[in-house]
Design a protein around this ligand. Structure first.
Ligand code: P5A
Length: 444
């Protein structure tokens, strides 16, 4: 993409309404713009990051055996009246009337609707276990939307729903999602710590939040530092791993403030391993048995010819919260460097020449080569001063820069990884270097 053809409205100053780094950076680097309190437009750069995250989330759901569908944002209130949550949900639910005076709502979550779909289409144990998911916008009329896309009113969630014949199978689905979440966050270059949590308005008695440690997080958390050393990379979905994964984590203490027990913490964790800090909730999973299948009368036949209500769970990831959470976790007080798995462009070319000169031609030449090699480069072909170009590129956080000025020999290019010193490489060396970086599974 040529910057002269792109839409990247960067801001020179921090907007006064932005209190935390991710909010400042997302506004300044032209990723999002607020359209109403807690409601955002995603501009091209932000949308690229969001889509990259969404694709990783989707890929890991598919790998775990979940099947994608798409439910609407607007739901009929009927199923919510059946489950009893229409009244319970309170003011956080945006209620709408259509022209026939029917009650509709903008979905804050989808337990009711998915159970209704299940009820209307599945009658037999033979179709279970079943994991269905979608990635769809939600609306919650939060009292205090804040921190940009971190806590907003309209947000993109990945929500999965599991249906099983009995409790044991349901626990297996829960553990499968538990493992899948660890893998998903690992691919986003994040260390997410699962913590026992309250189930809140979703209900049920088993629930874990997945928390990214960050000083600006809204949750207060207590944990054993050993949790930070568990490596999830090599674990695959075999039955044993699914069974053991939760135990592995639950050997170590971790809790949000609602579940924290100071005596247990002191008893189970050496003082030197105790960590009391803050975190951002990027995922939340629930097991709630037959809470919705029973109230919505979604019964199925069992092998023994009886009727039963399937055991259910639901599993959420805050997809549109993640770009902000990643910035909070990765920003190092000088610059943001996007993890290579989700960077909006893989490499940027900073052309310091003038239209039509040798530098300009050299920039164009490498731009085409990188494009043909699928490196999705961003070419800065604007006529800004070099210092303003450098500032903007550090701001948008593309991890690799190729700087092309008049001082270099014809076959030489300056190559810079954000936060490191520039090196001089030839064209082929650049291609090979980028291939190595993007094809290896090491985090950048
Ligand atoms: C699980 C899937 C649920 O809604 N029902 C379907 C269950 N869980 S949850 O914890 O309430 O939300 C799941 C994740 O969505 C993100 N999230 C938000 N992101 C931005 N702004 C908000 N106001 C907001 N509320 C929830 C969180 O990442 C949460 O873990």
């Amino acid at each position: 993409m040529r910057l002269s053809n792109y839409f990247l409205p960067v801001l020179k100053e921090n907007p006064s309404e932005a209190k935390i780094k991710s909010h400042q950076l997302m506004l300044r680097s032209g990723m999002v713009r607020q359209s109403a309190s807690g409601i955002y437009s995603w501009l091209p750069l932000g949308l690229k990051v969001l889509k990259n995250i969404e694709n990783i989330v989707r890929d890991e759901q598919n790998k775990a055996g979940a099947i994608e569908l798409l439910m609407p944002t607007i739901q009929s209130a009927d199923a919510w009246k059946e489950s009893g949550r229409y009244d319970d949900y309170g003011k956080e639910m945006l209620r709408i009337k259509d022209r026939q005076d029917r009650d509709l709502l903008y979905g804050p979550t989808n337990e009711e609707l998915i159970t209704q779909i299940f009820r209307d289409n599945i009658k037999s144990y033979k179709n279970l276990p079943l994991l269905l998911y979608h990635i769809q916008w939600k609306f919650r009329d939060e009292i205090r939307p804040r921190f940009g896309v971190m806590r907003c009113r309209e947000f993109l969630m990945k929500d999965t729903y599991s249906f099983d014949v009995n409790k044991q199978d349901a626990e297996n689905s829960y553990k499968k999602m538990f493992l899948s979440y660890l893998k998903t966050f690992d691919r986003l270059d994040l260390k997410a710590i699962p913590m026992r949590a309250d189930a809140g308005p979703i209900g049920g008695d088993l629930s874990h939040e997945f928390i990214i440690l960050a000083d600006t997080g809204e949750s207060e958390v207590f944990l054993d530092k050993n949790l930070l050393d568990i490596n999830i990379k090599k674990i695959d979905y075999d039955q044993n791993n699914i069974k053991n994964i939760m135990n592995k984590y639950e050997n170590f203490y971790s809790a949000t403030d609602e579940k924290h027990n100071i005596d247990q913490f002191n008893k189970l964790v050496d003082k030197k391993n105790q960590l009391h800090t803050r975190g951002i909730e990027v995922g939340h999973i629930f097991y709630f048995g037959d809470k919705y299948s029973k109230s919505l009368k979604a019964a199925i036949n069992t092998k023994e010819g009886k009727n039963t209500y399937p055991q259910m769970g639901s599993y959420g990831i805050g997809v549109s919260r993640l770009p902000a959470a990643i910035i909070e976790a990765k920003y190092n007080n000088q610059y943001m460097k996007w993890p290579k798995s989700i960077t909006p462009f893989k490499v940027t070319i900073i052309n310091l020449g003038k239209k039509g000169d040798e530098v300009d031609k050299k920039s164009d030449d490498i731009y085409h080569i990188l494009k043909n090699n699928n490196f999705d480069p961003l070419l800065d072909d604007l006529s800004d001063s070099p210092s303003s170009k450098f500032k903007n590129h550090d701001l948008i956080g593309i991890p690799f820069q190729i700087i092309i000025g008049s001082k270099m020999k014809k076959e030489e290019y300056e190559f810079k990884e954000l936060g490191k010193n520039k090196i001089i490489l030839s064209k082929n060396e650049i291609i090979n270097r980028l291939k190595e970086i993007y094809e290896s599974d090491q985090p950048s």
